[in-house]
Design a protein around this ligand. Structure first.
Ligand SMILES: *[C@@H]1O[C@H](CO)[C@@H](O)[C@H](O)[C@H]1NC(C)=O
Ligand SMILES: *[C@@H]1O[C@H](CO)[C@@H](O)[C@H](O)[C@H]1NC(C)=O
Ligand SMILES: *[C@@H]1O[C@H](CO)[C@@H](O)[C@H](O)[C@H]1NC(C)=O
Length: 484
């Protein structure tokens, strides 16, 4: 039985729109339904989903052994696709990039200063995009993944207070762009709100007046109140700290000049916005439309999911942002560790007012001479960095990651009612293997091309989110053979 749709909350659009909307809606539901029956060999009653056996919060879903553990997902390798995409359209389809989404992977040596962004139709651009989308990530042991669909993503985020929040520098900005690529199209249900010319805050809301929004709310089982908070947000914060905290963590550095007395050296450090903002959003509870004790589906009450907070900071912990003089590595590492203290203190001792799942996403490596790397290095990739590569402290990125990994394993998890859980999302290996997929060789060997590596960070994140979800209706298992 398909869950009944509360028709009274359906707006009254023009007839034809209503009709085609309903057709699409039922079409989707029926497809989902049939797929579900197929993989379960059973008739699907929503009340049969095993909510009863799931105790809130954070009990892991009953897990088939063949699903990837985080360890298996992280430690795979890139393999050649049997049927690689052969056009930009196919790339869009393969990576789920909507019409407003960004495709880009600059050909080596493109004179970006003189000519700006490389046009999409430039032959060498297309060639490079095809070159590096020939590869797909294969987690270890042929394990299965949870695939991300737009609807599942939106529904999962609607059931949490503030959805998916990414905080970090331009690498996280790229990550968020991938999420937007996956959602935002002309005429779609999303509203973008930017704060700042290069947005410090980049939010994706659902448009309350869009028909699809009503559909998502119904499937999620949440009220329209939830639309006041975004589905996903990016905060551009290169150090994850307020200015006062930045001064504190660096105070041990010889000749450190506090930001308040600084003459403009610290152009990369701006006042922190994320902490106050997301705490405010977490104050708003999600209210659900299906209430316990009403009708046949009484026991189906949908549960609130934790908000997902993804943090990263790395390449901006450099001498030129800490002081005007050279700063020894040991001092930079000390500042960095002080920063981890502050962030973890705020998350634990000063815990936010709702369930929260935090992922620290590994900083990805820069690749020396990336223009000369033609293909992924999948067998024992060697991390090539020389410590004279001072710009953006590439040689410290792995020690930074190690510091987080160590510290996260020792964090005490908060008990209910508001539970906090923190994991390290290890995207290092999948990134290290892909020196061929850097954004602008040889000038930018740190960022990645759109389409490929960063999508995989997001897929990995999604897999982890579904694995840990409280409700059981997000997943399409990816049962395709890994070597496709
Ligand atoms: C695409 O890959 C081929 C084979 O590795 C290489 O010769 C060619 O230069 C690459 N094209 C671009 C634009 O990177
Ligand atoms: C920690 O919390 C304080 C007080 O709410 C806030 O000013 C600061 O920005 C927070 N810092 C971090 C790293 O979240
Ligand atoms: C590091 O550099 C060496 C020599 O240039 C190269 O063979 C190797 O593939 C590089 N490693 C990665 C991960 O790209």
């Amino acid at each position: 039985m398909i869950p009944t749709l509360p028709s009274r909350s359906f707006p009254a659009p023009r007839r034809s729109v209503l009709k085609s909307g309903l057709t699409a809606l039922f079409g989707t539901l029926i497809c989902v339904y049939l797929f579900y029956c197929l993989i379960n060999g059973d008739t699907w009653h929503i009340k049969d989903l095993k909510f009863d056996s799931v105790s809130f919060p954070y009990t892991k879903r009953p897990e088939a052994t063949q699903f990837c553990t985080a360890e298996e997902y992280a430690n795979g390798h890139w393999v050649r696709r049997k049927n690689p995409p052969s056009s930009l359209d196919e790339i869009r389809t393969l990576y789920g990039v909507k019409d407003r989404g960004r495709l880009e992977c600059d050909p080596p040596g493109w004179p970006v200063i003189a000519k700006g962004r490389v046009p999409l139709e430039e032959p060498t651009h297309i060639e490079r995009m095809l070159n590096q989308t020939r590869w797909k990530w294969a987690p270890r042991n042929d394990c299965h993944r949870w695939e991300m669909s737009e609807e599942a993503f939106v529904v999962r985020m609607l059931r949490s207070r503030a959805g998916l929040i990414l905080v970090g520098d331009s690498l996280s900005e790229q990550h968020h762009e991938i999420v937007r690529n996956f959602l935002v199209s002309h005429g779609g249900p999303y509203q973008l709100r930017f704060t700042g010319s290069r947005p410090r805050i980049d939010e994706v809301f659902l448009d309350p007046n869009h028909e699809l929004t009503q559909h998502y709310l119904r499937v999620a089982g949440v009220t329209a109140e939830r639309l006041k908070n975004p589905i996903t947000t990016f905060f551009l914060e290169r150090h994850l700290l307020s200015m006062a905290e930045y001064d504190q963590v660096n105070s041990h550095v010889e000749r450190y000049v506090p930001l308040s007395e600084d003459d403009g050296q610290h152009q990369w450090v701006s006042e922190s916005l994320w902490d106050a903002r997301y705490r405010e959003q977490l104050e708003r509870p999600v209210t659900f439309t299906v209430e316990e004790g009403i009708g046949e589906n009484a026991k189906v009450a949908v549960q609130e999911e934790p908000t997902i907070l993804v943090l990263n900071t790395g390449p901006h912990w450099i001498a030129s942002e800490i002081g005007t003089h050279s700063v020894p590595d040991a001092d930079v590492l000390k500042s960095y560790n002080n920063m981890i203290d502050k962030v973890l203190y705020n998350l634990t001792a000063n815990a936010p007012p709702a369930d929260l799942k935090v992922f620290y996403r590994a900083t990805s490596p820069g690749h020396e001479s990336c223009a000369e790397i033609a293909e992924p290095v999948v067998e024992n990739p060697r991390w090539n960095v020389t410590s004279d590569r001072e710009i953006y402290n590439w040689h410290l990125l792995q020690p930074f990651n190690e510091a987080w990994k160590r510290r996260i394993s020792s964090v005490t998890i908060q008990p209910p009612p508001h539970r906090l859980d923190i994991s390290y999302l290890d995207t290092w290996e999948m990134s290290l293997q892909r020196g061929d997929a850097k954004f602008l060789p040889p000038h930018d060997c740190l960022h990645f091309c759109y389409q490929g590596v960063i999508e995989e960070w997001q897929k990995f994140l999604w897999h982890e989110i579904v694995r840990e979800s409280v409700n059981a209706d997000y997943g399409m298992e990816n049962r395709e053979p890994v070597y496709l």
